[in-house]
Ligand binder design. Structure first.
Ligand code: PMP
Ligand code: GLU
Length: 415
């Protein structure tokens, strides 16, 4: 039989980051040595104290359901951390989720209506659009998918012409938003650019959000991975506390990607709505993982700093290696990504041409497909993030593998 799939799943593509990482794993299974710079995943083991806390919690029998929004100790510890960031947070305003992704998913589902929910058919030709979601491009792949899954309509503001910074793009953002805008997503430090937005940029966002009564998601999952700058938490700005949903998670800072632990913080009115989705979908985050998360928050500062310092050295080394090949890569002050200009696209053209000296490749998808096939270096096309002409590189890999990647790309004429 052929299934009649729901329109919502047909609207989206699989995650490009995970798809390419899967392709790299397939090649590896065939015996190919792939330098996988596709997925954003720290290459360090989870710090030992966190692993031990998880094991102890399992041994102590913390293996049943927890209260749906999370164990009280962890919610309190998260609220205390958010207070340190300048938010006026209580534990009742926190939901602990299996990964930051689930926290984002619940937020989109809680706030964004599509045309179907508004009375007309999502499959029909209704001209009425779903609630407007504004993204700052390049934007992490899953925001678009989550907006579409909830039936929202997308409005995208391009930061590529401004070296991926938000402050110079504030006029463009002001022109894009209106009283019809429901939700704006801000992700600083940014995946995929590494940019950390200035306070002036965040204040500009605040002014627009207040003027047009817009709710803002502040995805701060890379907050602890910054190099010489202190990122400001958007929800701490005056006027933002009642309109900001702060998202964070343990995957990146504590190298806990597979543990699946994250959270959202929002005013209680939103929490009580999102909690319904949470309880009917995941029930709760894994019990012993929540105990490990508590240990991460309370006792792991040193390991976080060590990993951060390593990422910084890798960023500098990689940018220098590309520069030696004539490629000028804009580097950000956070996360572990950079956008390599690779193709004949307006924003990237000059860098790309000076990089290869030859005809630049037609587009970033072709470049990335070729780079993995020929050079066995896996990267993600910028177009998956809304910015064609670039390849996103995750430098959460060892210096040796990063060198190897650059050598191979050069050898096969990709840079
Ligand atoms: N936000 C951003 C910007 C990310 O890059 C990721 C990485 N997957 C997430 C959220 C979610 O991460 P996780 O679900 O592993 O907490
Ligand atoms: N956020 C990471 C990335 O962008 C992990 C993969 C994913 O969830 O998209 O590569």
């Amino acid at each position: 039989m052929s299934f009649d799939f729901a329109a919502r799943v047909e609207r989206v593509e699989p995650s490009a980051t995970l798809a390419i990482s899967n392709k790299a794993s397939e090649l590896e299974a065939e015996g190919v040595d792939v330098v996988d710079l596709s997925v954003g995943e720290p290459d360090f083991p989870t710090p030992e104290n966190i692993v031990a806390a998880g094991q102890e919690a399992m041994d102590a029998g913390h293996t049943g359901y927890t209260s749906s929004n999370g164990i009280p100790e962890l919610r309190e510890s998260i609220a205390a951390k958010l207070r340190d960031d300048g938010l006026d947070a209580t534990s009742e305003e926190v939901i602990v989720t299996p990964g930051g992704k689930q926290a984002l998913f619940e937020t989109f589902q809680t706030l964004i209506d599509g045309v179907d929910e508004q009375g007309s058919s999502a499959r029909g030709t209704s001209s009425r659009a779903g609630d407007e979601v504004v993204l700052l491009d390049p934007a992490w792949v899953s925001y678009e998918a989550m907006a579409k899954l909830s039936g929202g309509s997308l409005n995208r503001v391009d930061l590529a012409p401004y070296d991926f910074q938000l402050e110079p793009a504030l006029d463009d953002l002001a022109a894009a938003v209106s009283d019809d805008t429901k939700l704006l997503v801000v992700n600083s430090p940014s995946n995929p650019t590494g940019a950390v937005y200035s306070d002036a940029a965040l204040e500009g966002v605040r002014d627009l959000a207040v003027e047009h009564d817009i709710t803002v998601i502040s995805d701060e999952i890379y907050q602890q991975i910054t190099y010489g700058v202190e990122p400001t938490s958007l929800g701490s700005l005056e006027g933002m506390s009642d309109r900001t949903i702060t998202i964070n998670g343990f995957s990146k800072a504590y190298s806990m990607t597979g543990w699946r632990l994250g959270y959202l913080h929002a005013p209680e009115s939103l929490i009580s709505q999102a909690a319904k989705l949470h309880s009917h979908s995941v029930s709760c985050a894994v019990n012993f993982v929540q105990h490990a998360g508590l240990e991460a928050l309370e006792n792991t500062d040193e390991a976080v700093v060590e990993m951060r310092d390593a990422f910084r050295e890798r960023r500098d080394m990689l940018a220098e290696l590309f520069a030696e090949h004539g490629v000028d890569v804009p580097v950000g002050d956070g996360a572990f990504y950079m956008m390599l200009p690779v193709a004949d696209d307006s924003e990237a053209r000059s860098a790309s041409e000076s990089a290869s000296g030859d005809e630049p490749r037609a587009d970033d998808q072709e470049w990335c497909a070729g780079a993995i096939e020929d050079a066995h270096v896996a990267t993600v096309p910028g177009s998956a993030f809304g910015s064609p002409g670039y390849a996103r590189i995750s430098y959460a890999a060892s210096e040796e593998r990063l060198r190897e990647a650059v050598d191979r790309l050069a050898e096969h004429d990709y840079i």
